[in-house]
Design a protein around this ligand. Structure first.
Ligand code: TXA
Ligand code: MG
Length: 314
């Protein structure tokens, strides 16, 4: 049976696979997720095995509503306000776990908090069909660039996943912004698809944890999102032989690809992972990247490029 199917056509099959404890790659507005029933311990173990993900790194659960979210996480006023404004959308909230939540223990990796997001599209529809949340990390091998197209998932995970739902390229192209509401001060755990200036208006100032401080986002290891060949950020020197360039706006060199010829950070976010993968597979020896402005989604793009530069050296 075909293993990569059009999302609209594959929903029934996807729900059946998830109910029987299987793994389905499901598109969201941010990136493709590797989904399993979050209440099924064997299924969740399957996610960690397929990705080669360290078991100390907890997963996001995907819900179809605030009502479903509240079965698992305790929502205070801030959480309600943020969810009301930004769900469905590229925002994950880390909140205290409820009692008797029924999640597989591996989902939270033993923490007493849980990361929750209401995405739009097929992932939320599947949560409704199951009446269970779906645990889903990005659908890539651990440490690799997140997939923004079904073909990326097929190339990386192959038959480790039972079904891939194809919904074309993900509109946002970067993983969700993660905000922790466990303490009185909201903490920005991960820059992501939501422009942080929006959230700040609703929860007050956001604190940034120090890079690599082992605060609450165990997955934010600096060696992450790594292409296979070295990546050099803010590259402005003459290009060495074998280098390809990832440009932005008027900063463009050949051979290479331009994240956004018009200099739009949102378009650049949408193109980032797909272009990184294409350059990584082009047979080049290294990737030089133009300086990206820090405004709007530029902060999240620079975060991913920093990690890619770090990870690709090892
Ligand atoms: O856009 C996204 O967020 C995508 C789509 C599929 O929803 N998912 C995604 O998941 O990027 P993943 O597993 O690649 O990243 C989730 C991050 C990890 O860094 C993990 O450590 C952190 O969320 N996380 C999960 N639960 C947490 C918790 N209770 N406290 C702090 N961080 C948590
Ligand atoms: Mg990931």
């Amino acid at each position: 049976m075909e293993h990569l199917v059009n999302a609209a056509d594959g929903m029934k099959r996807a729900a059946a696979i998830l109910r029987s404890g299987g793994l389905v790659a499901v598109p969201t507005e941010t990136v493709y997720g590797l989904a399993a029933d979050a209440t099924n311990a064997d299924a969740v173990a399957g996610i960690y095995a397929a990705k080669g993900r360290p078991s100390f790194n907890p997963l996001i659960i995907h819900v179809d509503s605030v009502a479903m979210a509240q079965r698992y996480g305790r929502f205070d006023g801030r959480a309600h306000r943020l969810a009301e404004h930004f769900w469905p959308g590229p925002l994950t909230l880390v909140v205290p776990l409820t009692e008797n939540h029924g999640l597989a223990p591996a989902v939270t990796a033993g923490l007493n908090s849980v990361a929750i997001r209401q995405p739009s599209g097929p992932m939320a529809a599947l949560a409704t069909a199951m009446d269970h949340p779906l645990a889903a990390p990005s659908a890539n091998s651990s440490g690799r660039v997140s997939p923004t197209m079904a073909q990326h998932v097929a190339a990386d995970l192959g038959t480790k996943v039972d079904l891939i739902l194809d919904n074309g390229p993900c509109p946002v192209g970067l993983e969700s912004t993660i905000i922790s509401l466990v303490a009185d001060t909201a903490i920005l755990l991960r820059e992501g698809g939501l422009d942080r200036s929006f959230a700040a208006g609703i929860v007050g100032p956001l604190i940034n944890p120090k890079p690599d401080a082992h605060v609450a986002a165990p997955g934010m290891l600096s060696a992450h999102y790594a292409p296979r060949i070295p990546l050099l950020k803010d590259f402005a020197k003459p290009m060495p032989e074998g280098m390809v360039f990832l440009g932005f706006g008027e900063t463009m060199r050949e051979p290479g690809l331009n994240l956004s010829p018009s200099g739009d950070v949102k378009e650049a976010a949408h193109n980032l992972f797909a272009m990184l993968q294409e350059l990584d597979r082009s047979g080049a020896r290294s990737i030089g990247v133009a300086a990206i402005p820090h405004h709007g989604l530029g902060a999240a793009i620079n975060d991913r490029l920093q990690r890619a530069a770090h990870g690709s050296k090892e």
